[in-house]
Design a binder for this molecule. Structure first.
Ligand code: ADP
Length: 590
């Protein structure tokens, strides 16, 4: 069920987390803002006193002393105001905005790491994450936090300047307030529209950024160049860039129209205030000396009220962004049990397992029943799309089953502490990472406690058939991104396998990391892998059957379910799918 967020709860969370991130500068900045924000009213008050003194002086009263005093205060006030402005740019910007942005980015990163992996198959969740990131990058949370200071100072200023204006003429006060009220309506409507557009645009923007990634990423750029698909991606990127831009521009045009109308009303109010003040002068209600101060006070009320109303109207838009941020942070995390697994001692059992990816109607795997015994070497074969990867991810608890169950030594997977389980597993996938790091890091990243155990690293490399690095060369940078040594595809694959072996896990799963190699080479590497992993339970996914002869058990997958389980000899005799695969590929292994 979707959680609801009240304005109050959002604001309280923002305050609590800001006090946590910047306890001192958070409070100092608020005080700073309030003091600084009160200056317009104070300066206006002093100015009105100065006008008054000058007027009295011109009328023959000897108030020169007063004129000096007020002029001195006014000048002093301006100097302090500018000093405060300067110091606030240090405390507020450096103290709050940057640190909050960096803290909230870390929160998004940490949350991303704790989300169930199945969420990454769900576009709605990806959009939610993008909106949360947008909220953080545009500093919405700190803006909401600082709004409170703006509201306090804005409110006090409006009252103060309104009182000054009222002291000249009461009629002018409602007049000045009403003349800027349309700003509130316009900003409130336009702000919500802006949020709606941004909400919808998130997916388009991700698509646009993906096109940019294809055009610029070093991995895809080679293929893009050879396929001559550069222009195609460029035109798609440009299309989405323009669509996003045009939608925003359309909205900006509407904004400009409505804000222009607001400006006209405000200026009309200003003109009318001049006329009204003149009438008051002619009627002798106010003196000609007060006329100037009266107009200044009118403009101040307009300015202060306008600022306040715009800030207030935009708050609801900012709160919508903040809601997105908290919605992301409150997503359910990986559901992990508490029971420890210290390597399983007997078997993994899978019973009646079914699973569907989000937003799909056809199960990716269904009615799966199988047992993996400790130490067994299992090969899962089947055509592409037959459900091999999905099955393994389910067995590791990376995706939650739709129905059925998985147990480790009889313990349901839901009860097991997943972090503990992950310590027991090495998984190398087809699209494994070629870390642009040193040889040492590429191997020992799977078990960083042994990062400086040169002997263990060298031994693992040797086991995996990599003999080109000596002890002194373990810190050789790999990959071209940082001017390192580039390896061949096969060597990278061996490094990935070394990484899996290096970790002292009891289960190793290889999900076609060698698929890019030629079949014979693949079989050779995987065969030596089976020897190295003698003590471990190994599950190897492959759409090629070269390795099957060496496996304890072969699982044949077809259309999301298990078509047969057995040894090579058994399956050749009784499983038509395996027979078909074997004969279709036999030529590769002669
Ligand atoms: P294999 O590993 O045998 O190639 P997979 O387990 O990757 O097969 O895929 C099994 C089925 O699930 C396929 O029909 C595939 O289209 C579908 N599938 C895989 N990944 C996703 C996903 N992220 N979202 C929706 N369907 C998916």
């Amino acid at each position: 069920m979707k959680r609801t967020y009240s304005v109050f709860s959002i604001i309280v969370r923002i305050y609590l987390q800001t006090f946590k991130i910047v306890p001192i500068s958070g409070i100092l900045s608020l005080i700073h803002y309030v003091v600084q924000g009160l200056f317009p009213a104070v300066l206006l008050f002093i100015a009105s006193k100065l006008y008054d003194a000058v007027y009295r002086f011109l009328n023959g009263e000897y108030v020169l002393q007063d004129i000096y005093h007020f002029a001195f205060f006014l000048l002093g006030g301006y100097i302090v105001k500018n000093i405060l402005y300067f110091t606030s740019s240090i405390t507020v910007n450096a103290g709050i905005y940057e640190r909050c942005v960096s803290y909230n980015r870390m929160q998004i990163g940490a949350k991303t790491a704790r989300l169930p992996l199945i969420f990454y198959e769900n576009t709605a969740i990806l959009n939610c994450k993008d909106r949360a990131t947008e909220c953080v990058n545009s500093e919405m949370l700190s803006q909401i936090y600082m709004s409170s200071a703006l509201f306090i100072t804005g409110g006090i200023n409006i009252i103060a300047v309104s009182l000054i204006l009222a002291s000249y003429s009461l009629y002018l006060v409602p007049f000045s307030l009403l003349s800027v009220f349309p700003y509130f309506i316009a900003h409130r409507i336009r702000g919500k529209d802006f949020y709606k557009i941004k909400y919808i645009q998130v997916e388009k923007m991700r698509y646009r950024d993906y096109m940019w990634h294809l055009l610029t990423d070093r991995r895809s750029i080679k293929e893009t160049r050879l396929m001559c698909s550069h222009e195609y991606f460029k035109s798609k990127w440009a299309y989405y860039r323009d669509t996003v831009y045009e939608e925003l521009w359309k909205k900006t045009k509407k904004d400009l129209q409505s804000f222009f109308l607001c400006d006209i009303l405000r200026i009309a109010g200003y003109a009318a205030s001049i006329v009204l003040s003149l009438i008051l002068v002619l009627q002798g209600v106010i003196s000609i000396g007060v006329f100037g101060a009266c107009i200044t006070a009118f403009v101040s009320v307009q300015e202060e009220t306008k600022k306040f109303l715009i800030e207030f109207a935009r708050l609801s838009e900012k709160l919508l962004y903040a809601k997105d941020f908290f919605e992301f942070l409150d997503l359910p995390e990986e559901n992990t049990g508490i029971k420890a697994v210290s390597g399983f001692s007997d078997s993994i059992e899978v019973k009646d397992l079914c699973f569907e990816y989000p937003n799909t109607e056809k199960p990716a795997v269904h009615n799966i029943n199988l047992t993996v015994k400790k130490g067994e070497k299992i090969v899962i074969v089947g055509e592409n799309g037959s459900g091999k990867t999905t099955l393994v991810k389910l067995m590791l608890g990376l995706y939650p089953a739709l129905s059925g169950n998985i147990t480790y030594d009889g313990q349901p997977i839901e009860d097991i502490d997943m972090q503990e389980l992950y310590h027991q597993v090495s998984l190398i996938q087809q699209n494994f990472t070629q870390y642009q790091l040193t040889v040492r890091e590429n191997v020992a990243i799977s078990d960083i406690a042994y990062m400086h155990d040169d002997n263990k690293i060298l031994h693992t490399l040797t086991l995996c058939g990599i003999n080109r690095f000596t002890q002194t060369e373990l810190d050789t940078q790999l990959g071209t991104q940082f001017d390192g040594t580039e390896l061949s595809g096969g060597q990278w694959q061996k490094i990935a396998i070394a990484r899996a072996i290096f970790k002292e896990s009891s289960i190793i799963i290889l999900d076609e990391p060698t698929a890019a190699l030629d079949p014979l080479m693949e079989t050779e590497i995987l065969k030596s892998f089976l020897d190295i992993a003698a003590e471990k339970t190994a599950i190897i996914i492959s759409h090629r059957i070269g390795l099957c002869k060496y496996a304890d058990k072969i699982i044949v997958m077809k259309n999301g379910s298990i078509d047969g389980i057995g040894t090579h000899t058994q399956l050749i005799e009784k499983n038509s799918e395996y027979f078909r695969l074997y004969h279709a590929q036999a030529k590769w292994y002669q």
